[in-house]
Every structure is written in structure tokens, then in C-alpha cells.
Design a protein around this ligand. Structure first.
Ligand SMILES: [Cu+2]
Length: 181
């Protein structure tokens, strides 16, 4: 084996060792799953909630979360930013207006980088005096579009430290080799 081949093999071995903890991508953590909602789906309320919230089975990423409440009038009744605290996503709700079905839509990002979305409904049985927010185009999805996450893994695990580590190891190998000759 020439020295170059030996160094190349050492480099590939180092890279394989360093990448081992990342692979295989297929066994990445499962997506976040909705475990409870407040108010619960199908609830019949005589007065609107101050906030709606969804609790998931795992921590959520704080970015790109969206939660809305759309009323029977097709208007937005949620207000302000969607908040993520650990495994809970929530948004504030205006004082509600017309009697009927209110739909809560959510879109959150799992710890593994996958987007999870869904909705649930509750009923308002006594009309409130609140003023609606803007109208929502197609019923339900008032949620702004998200940037696409294309990769199956590595969303929050950058590859460059591994490559840098491998390069450093190859460098050390080269240096040791030079010292020996
Ligand atoms: Cu996932």
C-alpha cells in the first residue's frame, strides 16, 4: 500500500466513524403527535376561550409555528403570534362573535424537523360581542406557507463539523506520516 492509499483509507475510516451516529436516517425520531387540545374537540362553549392550545407528545421547534381560529363567518378570531412553549402550541383568541363552529388550525415543526398540521373544532353556543379579524380565503387554512423542508434527516444536525473533523484527522495522519519518513 502506498502512503497515499493508506492516508485515503484512514480518511474514509475516520469519516465513517464520525458519521456513524447520524446514520441511518430511517430511524429518526417520530413526528410530534397531538395528545390534547384546549378547548377539546367538539366542546360546546357558552363563552369563548382566551387562548386555544394544542399539546404534543414531544418538544416542538419554535420556528415556523402557526395556529389560527376561524369562525363560522369565515373570519379570523385568533390574534397575535403563535407561541411555542416546550410541547405546547397556543394562540390568543379575541372575544368571540357569532354562534356556531370555530375551527382551530395548527401547523408546527416536530423536533425531527417534520411539519405536522391538523385542526379541531369547538362550538360557541351563546353569541359573543367580539369583533372579527380579517376574512380567511379558503375556510380553515389561514396559515401562511412554510419554507419546504426537503431532507429526511440532518435538519438540525449540520454535516460540516463531521467533515471538518475528518479533514483534521487526515491532516494529523499526513503529519504523522511525514514525521516518520
Ligand atoms: Cu418526523
Amino acid at each position: 500500500m502506498t502512503r497515499v492509499v493508506r492516508i485515503a483509507l484512514a480518511g474514509m475510516f475516520a469519516l465513517a466513524v464520525l458519521l456513524a451516529p447520524v446514520a441511518p436516517p430511517g430511524v429518526a425520531a417520530a413526528h410530534a403527535v397531538l395528545v390534547s387540545a384546549d378547548p377539546v374537540g367538539g366542546a360546546e362553549l357558552s363563552r369563548g376561550p382566551d387562548r386555544v392550545s394544542a399539546t404534543f407528545n414531544e418538544q416542538l421547534q419554535t420556528g415556523f409555528a402557526a395556529m389560527t381560529v376561524v369562525g363560522p363567518d369565515g373570519h379570523l378570531w385568533s390574534t397575535g403570534e403563535t407561541q411555542i412553549h416546550g410541547a405546547v402550541a397556543s394562540v390568543a383568541v379575541r372575544p368571540l362573535g357569532p354562534v356556531g363552529t370555530y375551527t382551530v388550525n395548527f401547523r408546527v415543526t416536530s423536533a425531527d424537523g417534520h411539519v405536522v398540521s391538523g385542526s379541531w373544532r369547538f362550538e360557541l353556543t351563546v353569541a359573543g360581542t367580539g369583533e372579527p379579524g380579517p376574512a380567511v380565503s379558503d375556510h380553515g387554512v389561514a396559515v401562511p406557507p412554510l419554507p419546504r423542508r426537503s431532507t429526511e434527516f440532518g435538519d438540525d444536525l449540520p454535516i460540516w463539523p463531521f467533515v471538518a473533523g475528518a479533514v483534521a484527522l487526515v491532516g494529523v495522519g499526513l503529519w504523522l506520516n511525514r514525521r516518520r519518513s
